[in-house]
Write a protein that binds this ligand. Structure first.
Ligand code: IPM
Ligand code: MG
Length: 315
């Protein structure tokens, strides 16, 4: 997938790879880009391989959980007391919206050149992802915040009306509120603990989930699960970090937490919990990769963290 597949097959997501993915129980996916492929355009970009596999697997609901155990609160850019114990889940729509809407195009030349994308949702698309958010809320703190831009965009008014109707007819036991994306971004920084489940569209979710990831100090901590189809796709939210590639410095925890989410959906919850407990244990003991390191922590390489986690699991 991505850069590696471009080099080998001249295609960021070859059809035979898609077939293999579709006949698997789950997909664990690493980051896909790098400077070597930055000048490619259109379908040949590594990112479009990612979009293709999400779409092909019908993985329309992207779950991005953020927890900040007390041991990490000191690493947050926010005050420790604002984030300690935080536990929020972003449910991002992943196979629609402006990422996939037609028409897409460009025309003209020079200063008059134009380019456009289309932000489009159907009632059906909103309903199915909203359902995922409400179901998760019931298993958590029973609150959904639906994020949109309904004061400006038609597509957001449809989003909001659809979420409201579904709430009234099937999920009135869940607390629901609506927030504009600009306000939600501000609230994420002022008082992130007000959120339980955030439900939002593809591009707003892309932006908000990165912001939420930094609450625990680093994007290197955020796992994700993309579900909805028969086969789930599990990937860390961070990119390929080309600036530190090959230096044994990157934070492996988001990838490990993604594999825990994978085990959860494969009914291997015991294994999933082992991974999470092991990670919490080594964080509590002060081990940190360089993205998280602060005075008083123990600076650890990628492979050291790997050994620490697997030893903690064995013990
Ligand atoms: C993410 C990433 C992707 C996205 C990119 C790499 C296409 O930012 O998973 O959040 O925008 O969805
Ligand atoms: Mg992103």
């Amino acid at each position: 997938a991505g850069g590696a597949a471009i080099d080998e097959y001249n295609d960021p997501m070859p059809d035979n790879v898609v077939d293999i993915c579709k006949s698997s129980d789950a997909i664990l996916l690493g980051a896909v880009g790098g400077p070597k492929w930055d000048n490619l355009t259109g379908y040949m970009r590594p990112e479009s391989g990612l979009l293709k596999i999400r779409k092909e697997l019908s993985a329309f609901a992207n779950l991005r959980p953020v927890t900040v155990p007390p041991s990490l609160a000191e690493n947050s850019p926010l005050r420790p007391e604002s984030v300690s114990g935080l536990d929020l889940l972003t449910v991002r729509e992943l196979t629609g919206g402006i990422y996939f809407g037609q028409p897409v195009g460009e025309r003209g030349e020079g200063p008059k050149k134009q380019a456009w994308n289309t932000m489009i949702y159907s009632v059906e698309e909103v309903e199915r992802v909203a359902r995922v958010a409400f179901e998760w809320a019931r298993k958590r703190s029973n609150k959904v915040t639906s994020v949109d831009k309904a004061n400006v965009l038609n597509v957001s008014r449809l989003w909001r009306d659809t979420v409201k109707t579904l709430h009234e007819t099937e999920y009135s036991d869940v607390e629901l509120d609506h927030m504009y994306i600009d306000n939600a971004a501000m609230q994420m920084v002022i008082n992130p603990r007000q959120f339980d489940v955030i439900l939002t569209g593809n591009i707003f979710g892309d932006i908000l989930s990165d912001a939420s990831a930094t609450l625990g100090g680093s994007l290197g901590l955020l796992p994700s699960a993309s579900v909805g189809g028969k086969v789930g796709l599990f990937e860390p939210v961070h990119g390929s970090a080309p600036d530190i590639a090959g230096e044994n410095k990157s934070n492996p925890l988001a990838m490990m937490l993604s594999s825990a989410m994978m085990l959860d959906t494969l009914n291997e919850s015991e294994g999933a919990n082992d991974i999470r407990l092991a990670i919490n244990k080594i964080l509590e003991a002060g081990y940190r990769s360089c993205d998280l390191w602060r005075e008083g922590n123990i600076l650890s390489s990628t492979s050291e963290l790997g050994c620490l986690v697997s030893n903690a699991i064995e013990n």
